[in-house]
Design a protein around this ligand. Structure first.
Ligand code: C5P
Length: 413
């Protein structure tokens, strides 16, 4: 018996001369009693053939995202989910960049995005590519996402240069695989949980060219979606119009109005966690089909408003209410009092309350925020920090709250 006996390894081979070493890696795993499924990227196929890979794996090599045969026999989701360990060797600069961006434009990147476990990544590339700040930033991101980077090492490169960028030897990668199998990589704390996050403003049309809406950049809500996703949750983000990108690895639904936001949220339930960070417009105008014309007599039209649905309140009182529901309160005065009142009125578990202007500085659109975390029993004034730090602290608060309810539940059983 070895550590790989009866274990299933998903090996992803991307483009690089080091790909030939991965054939030896397959042999080592098979010799140890493990099974290997292999995905070859287009680049990988330039260096080793699907035929040699499948001969060694004793299973077909997977190359195509759109092959119907593969999708019926072995979908990209099963490819990564059924593996005990995922190893990318060689990991090219391109595949690393795809992973860092959360892209899914070929079979390898799609299987990795659909994966529920971190991967071992063995980079191999030219020294300048490895030292490029873009690659460095991508590697940092992958570490943040929980992946383990093994290598590269220093040495002569196939291109004639010398430096960092050589892939580890197959024996070294094999040792890393056995280590990962011995000590399973830590399961993320929110793995298996689903989360719904709202973000951004809603735009309520007055006529085809005008709207009313609240000021909101979406930065805080998007940061929360990212933090929950990084903690392992399966996150759906429902966002109004914003000028920031969709968070990587998060299912993002774009809406315009509060009514559309409510529908998307209700369609997403049930969920374990809901965080309503959107700045939902409280009212919607009665919409005019044609652009309202100026009257020419300096009088302004009366805009008839009706109240919008309260999404946070609806989710808090829903038959599929998430285990934990969190809202925000943007206040201009009496932060704690108004926050407490909002908690009761909406029926949620936590309110993060902030003053919209702090020391004369606005928080809208900035990266900085200061909030008080209000529950029925306590008010915790968090120090000023970045919106992504608030998102991480909120995620920890959610993890603790869910653990407490689980402890209470098991004590009652
Ligand atoms: O009532 P107020 O707008 O101050 O409450 C703020 C909180 O309620 C935020 O979490 C916001 O996302 C949520 N909200 C909502 N639907 C509304 C209004 C606010 O979900 N129509």
């Amino acid at each position: 018996m070895t550590e790989v006996t009866d274990k299933s390894v998903l090996l992803i081979i991307s483009g690089g001369i080091a790909a030939y070493k991965s054939l030896e890696l397959i042999r080592l795993i098979k010799k140890g009693g493990g099974s290997v499924r292999c995905i070859l990227t287009k680049g990988g196929e330039q260096f080793v053939t699907p035929l040699s890979v499948s001969a060694l794996c004793e299973e077909q090599a997977y190359t195509d995202l759109w092959s119907l045969k593969d999708e019926t026999e072995m979908g990209h989701i099963r490819l990564s989910r059924e593996a005990d360990v995922i190893i990318i060797a060689p990991a090219s600069a391109n595949l690393i960049a795809q992973m860092a961006q959360g892209r899914a434009d070929d079979l390898a990147s799609t299987a990795l995005l659909a994966s529920d476990k971190p991967a071992l990544i063995a980079p191999a590339m030219n020294v300048r590519m490895w030292e490029n700040p873009a690659t460095k930033a991508n590697i940092e991101k992958l570490k943040e996402y929980g992946h383990t980077i093994i290598g590269p090492t220093e040495g002569d490169m196939a291109c004639g240069e010398y430096g960092m960028g050589r892939m580890l030897e197959p024996e070294e990668i094999f040792v890393a695989i056995t280590g990962a199998l011995e000590q399973p990589l830590p399961k993320k704390k929110l793995t298996g949980k689903t989360a719904l996050v709202t973000s951004g403003p809603t735009y309520e049309a007055i006529d085809p060219v005008r709207f009313i809406g609240n000021r909101s950049s979406g930065k805080q809500g998007h940061a929360i979606a990212t933090a929950l996703q990084q903690a392992g949750a399966d996150v759906t983000l429902v966002t109004g119009p914003v000028n920031i990108p969709d968070p990587a690895g998060v299912k993002t639904i774009h809406i315009q109005t509060a009514a559309e936001m409510l529908k998307a949220c209700e369609d997403t339930l049930p969920a374990d966690i809901a965080v309503c960070a959107a700045a939902v417009s409280d009212w919607a105008p009665k919409q005019h089909e044609q652009k309202i014309k100026k009257r020419g007599d300096s009088s302004a039209p009366n805009i008839e408003l009706s109240e919008n649905p309260d999404i946070l309140k609806t989710i808090s009182n829903h038959k599929n209410r998430p285990e934990i529901v969190i809202g925000f309160a943007a206040e201009t005065e009496n932060l704690e009092e108004n926050g407490q009142a909002k908690l009761a009125k909406k029926g949620c578990d936590i309110i993060l309350a902030n003053l919209v202007a702090q020391d004369g500085a606005e928080v809208f659109g900035t990266d900085q925020n200061q909030v008080s975390c209000i529950t029925a029993s306590a008010v915790d004034n968090w120090a000023p920090m970045t919106k992504s730090a608030i998102a991480k602290k909120l995620t920890d608060t959610i993890i603790n709250a869910l653990n407490q309810t689980e402890t209470l539940k098991s004590a009652a059983e």
